[in-house]
Write a new protein. Structure first.
Length: 128
């Protein structure tokens, strides 16, 4: 995980990265430009005793130098494909109401929007 600063919110912590990657319920999708990681999407499979697993999208990020090239869309779609392949019946996330790039991405991907900050796909936000 020798990823230079600028993609994740904070510098990479080797112990946390190793723990994340070792846990079979965590997923990380990376996009590269040559050897440089330029986009990422991470998620966690949530297990329930009474329903199928769901995927919580932890975060999506793209380096500033690589914005508006479809990278965020590509890594998020790949994370969704992984969730479906793992049997997840819902995919959901939350974002800040003033995070315009994130809102644009999640709206583009067709998520069911609740109060402008929660998005769900494939019934993740159904109340019944």
């Amino acid at each position: 995980m020798a990823i230079p600063a600028g993609l994740f919110d904070n510098p990479m912590d080797p112990a946390q990265a190793a723990a994340f990657l070792a846990d079979p319920l965590h997923e990380l999708v990376l996009a590269f430009d040559g050897d440089l990681a330029v986009g990422m999407a991470s998620g966690t499979v949530l297990l329930h005793p009474d329903k199928p697993p769901a995927m919580f999208v932890n975060e999506v990020g793209v380096r500033e130098s690589h914005l508006c090239q479809g990278i965020g869309t590509a890594v998020t779609k790949e994370l969704f494909a992984i969730a479906r392949a793992r049997g997840c019946k819902g995919i959901w996330l939350g974002t800040e109401p003033d995070n315009a790039p994130a809102l644009a991405l999640y709206r583009k991907l067709g998520g069911d929007e609740v109060q402008g900050v929660y998005f769900g796909w494939e019934g993740a936000l159904d109340t019944n």
